[in-house]
Design a protein around this ligand. Structure first.
Ligand SMILES: [Zn+2]
Ligand SMILES: [Zn+2]
Length: 144
């Protein structure tokens, strides 16, 4: 189903699904699948370890290259936090909470956040999307 949604995104290229699927190498497809199957916002190294269990010959360089391509094609997003680049296969608009102690990163969906942000940006500007990361301590780190 994921490839179908990619096909839709790329339909302006005027290519049929067969061509689109062929443009995704086995490695790239695996890297993408690993990423959309997790909610952990992993690093490239984590993606590499998972991808290696599916395709033993894949290299870390290939994983980096595929992640870069997937990102520039708009299929995934990445962010650098505390000097570490993490990847997210969830393109729905959402924000994040990052635990400063254990690096747990979860999706949060603050209600009415867009309306709130319209109050703090310059007058007559309009907020269309909000990419917010709140840092702090998760439940288990708070109690230690
Ligand atoms: Zn924690
Ligand atoms: Zn996320």
């Amino acid at each position: 189903m994921r490839l179908e949604s990619l096909n839709r995104n790329h339909s302006y290229y005027g290519l049929n699904s067969y061509h689109i699927i062929m443009r995704f190498s086995k490695q790239k497809e695996t890297v993408y699948q690993v990423l959309i199957d997790t909610h952990s916002h992993p690093t490239a190294n984590w993606v590499f370890e998972k991808a290696k269990s599916i395709l033993p010959n894949i290299s870390l360089g290939t994983v980096y290259r595929n992640l870069g391509q997937l990102e520039s094609d708009g299929n995934i997003r990445s962010f650098a936090l505390k000097g570490i680049v993490r990847y997210d296969g969830n393109l729905d608009q959402h924000s994040h909470f990052l635990c400063e102690n254990c690096d747990l990163m979860i999706d949060i969906h603050p209600k009415n956040i867009q309306r709130k942000y319209n109050n703090i940006i310059p007058k007559n500007f309009t907020a269309n999307s909000i990419d917010l990361t709140i840092t702090g301590f998760c439940n288990s780190c708070k109690s230690t």
